[in-house]
Design a protein around this ligand. Structure first.
Ligand SMILES: [Zn+2]
Length: 407
């Protein structure tokens, strides 16, 4: 069993220890007689830092720390050193900003979970700490915006009051009489309790601040319905400030696009979307009208040969959707038309169509043409489309397709 120094002092970032075990596979790792490094557990992630030989002959970077089932704490390191053997005296140095961040998030979680219990009797069933946010899952069917805001407010009041956060060790029997927010399922005789003065008492093995003021602030972010209840994402401490900073930057950039105040962005965005919707509708209608007029003109210009009108045309500055619309109009306006259409820009594309009842197979014809032009396409017997990498030789190919249909 490794003696866990963080159990009694979360602010211990430097410590002396002795190497107990050197592990080289599957990953290089050290086990010490005692450690202040926190191994991932209870939703809190591991510490990182350095383990240095007391005579400075070796310096190993600790990249991950894990709990072994038998109570040892395993420090995974980048690489081992021959100077560190069982019995070597070492110094541990924990990455303090990372630890402080974890203490703020984890202690913030205790305060927020207790606030949801105090106000609405909503128990926390799980806690997760990610790189940029944390989340708790609340066991509740309903969670309103007003409830979230009230819990966030109460949590921040408890932080402002700078209440003491104490570590207590009690027996399991003593603990059962104390009215804990959460009793762990383990069979351990001694329990470690975290007490936020007159607000929360819970069993926990993590690292916490010593005064709630050190949490600095709690900002609730996204909430979402999950299988077991509601997931509440939040950030605490410096993360709350950097998250708010990032939000503000994004919002300011967006507001500048609209030349508006940041609080008017939702209204401005709604207005812009409404305009886009209305313009899109107008454009669709203009395209319909334009296609109808062009289709009528093309049919009027095309002589009937063998009882059929073969319309062959290459356009530019029209998209595939437009030439498709045009082909549909041509083959609908005339009961015996075939439309062989192309556009050279913005994206070189082809559309072949025939009036219902005409004898050709546009899908097959398109596939053959695509093979020739190095593009991809296909379709049904009456309507087919394809896209090609460049417009070179489109006119020539249209001529060949037309010649084949006349023959
Ligand atoms: Zn805790």
């Amino acid at each position: 069993m490794t003696t866990r120094l963080y159990y009694k002092d979360s602010f211990l970032y430097n410590f002396d220890a002795e190497v107990r075990e050197v592990i080289d596979s599957p990953r290089p790792a050290l086990v010490l007689d005692r450690t202040a490094f926190y191994p991932t557990s209870g939703g809190q992630v591991f510490d990182t830092g350095l383990i240095t030989a007391s005579d400075d002959s070796a310096k190993l970077r600790v990249t991950e720390v894990a709990d072994a089932e038998d109570g040892r704490v395993v420090h995974y390191v980048e690489a081992l050193s021959n100077d560190l053997k069982p019995g070597t005296r070492v110094r541990g140095l924990i990455d303090a900003p990372r630890r402080r961040d974890h203490m703020q998030q984890h202690s913030g979680q205790h305060v927020l979970s207790a606030a949801f219990i105090r106000l609405y009797n909503m128990p926390t069933v799980s806690f997760h700490m990610a790189d940029d946010y944390c989340s708790i899952d609340l066991d509740t069917l309903v969670l309103t915006k007003a409830q979230i805001e009230s819990a966030e407010r109460l949590a921040n009041e408890i932080i402002l009051e700078n209440r003491s956060v104490d570590i207590r060790f009690v027996t399991r029997e003593q603990a059962s009489n104390l009215g804990l927010r959460k009793l762990p399922p383990t069979e351990r005789d001694e329990l470690r309790l975290i007490a936020i003065r007159d607000f929360d008492l819970t069993a926990c093995g993590g690292t916490h601040v010593s005064q709630t003021g050190q949490i600095a602030s709690i900002l609730v972010r996204k909430v979402e319905k999950v299988r077991q209840g509601w997931r509440v994402e939040f950030v605490a401490g410096q993360r709350a400030v950097s998250t708010a900073r990032r939000d503000f930057t994004a919002l300011t950039e967006t507001a500048a696009l609209f030349s508006a105040h940041i609080y008017d962005v939702p209204q401005q965005a709604r207005k812009a979307l409404d305009e886009i919707k209305s313009l899109r509708k107008q454009r669709e209608q203009s395209q319909e009208e334009l296609a109808a007029a062009q289709a009528a003109a093309l049919l009027a210009d095309t002589p009937e040969i063998n009882g059929r009108k073969l319309v062959v045309r290459s356009l530019s500055n029209h998209d595939l959707a437009f030439i498709k619309l045009l082909a549909q109009k041509v083959t609908r306006f005339s009961p015996h038309a075939v439309a062989i259409l192309a556009t050279t820009s913005p994206q070189p594309s082809l559309v072949f169509a025939q009036s219902a009842g005409q004898p050709f197979d546009m899908g097959t014809l398109m596939k053959e043409t695509m093979t020739k032009l190095g593009g991809r396409g296909g379709g049904s017997k009456d309507l087919a489309q394809g896209g090609i990498p460049n417009p070179d030789g489109i006119e020539k190919v249209l001529g060949e397709v037309a010649a084949k249909l006349i023959a």
